[in-house]
Design a protein around this ligand. Sequence first.
Ligand SMILES: [Mn+2]
Length: 324
Amino acid sequence: MSDQKLEAIAKALSKARSVAILPHLNVDGDALGASLALALALNSSHCQAHVLIEEDVPATLDFLPGQDLIKRSPEGRYQVAINIDNGDINRLGERLAVYQNAEIRLSVDHHATNKMEADVSYVDTGAAATGEIIHRLLTDYMGAPITKDIALCLYTAIITDTGGFRFSNTTPETMVIAGELMKTGIDFTNANKKVFDRISHAKLFLMKQTMNSLKLLFDGKLAVACLRWDDLSSFNAKIEDSEGLVNIGRNLEGVEVSLFLREEKPGLFKGSLRSNEYVDVAQIAEKFGGGGHKRAAGFSAEGDLDDIVKSLADAIKASLTGDA
Ligand SMILES: [Mn+2]
């Protein structure tokens, strides 16, 4: 089945001489893997494509190929800019100008809460990862060969967003694509080890702090945990070191919703929400100015931790009892 928007995106990319690829702030494996796969494919043809990010590449993703195509600042003006795995213009950070100054603005994403403005915006909420959409774009619409390097990037994108093919967003199509990628001979065990298993010393410390802070509310249906600024700064922890800590609460028996708050700067919190079976956490995150997926979402909040937890808990209580 052909999609007109993907066709238009493929056409614009095929004609472009320079492309800025813009994943969301604090890149994860899907955002960076999908971006690098596209960059590798475009650079192997006619075009100069850069992946622009503002932070360091997380150590968990340092094995991804194509990192010479990552730039910290734009090199001139780009003809085409493409937003990747991001539904919120604020998550372009300082790269917003690059996006707005491009002649053509494209967007490819899978977040249900996507609000990006673009000349062509393609959102497929049924795709487990943006990497799946990029795979479809490259193979079905651009006729680009999936090299081993591109395959490793896309495989990493998919395992990141499906938790290693375990989350409910995993589809038969996800497995078919992953199978195709494996056929190229990628070292998938290493990718899984780097993304899921290896932990830094800082992360071990943060895991302990998270467990110490964990509280249960509403008959154990809501787990709340937080990391304070002092915890994060005392161990020189990077943002990636707190990735996945929301799952400590989510995985506890009886828990439906896990709320994890990380104090990024004094008084400024980044919130993560996960649910197990029935609560739509994207709706809750949206009430607090964030967004995401039904079972995984995020938001930012400023102020006193107790107040923030209280207002979140009230909103979550309503959806736990069905009074939302
Ligand atoms: Mn994603």
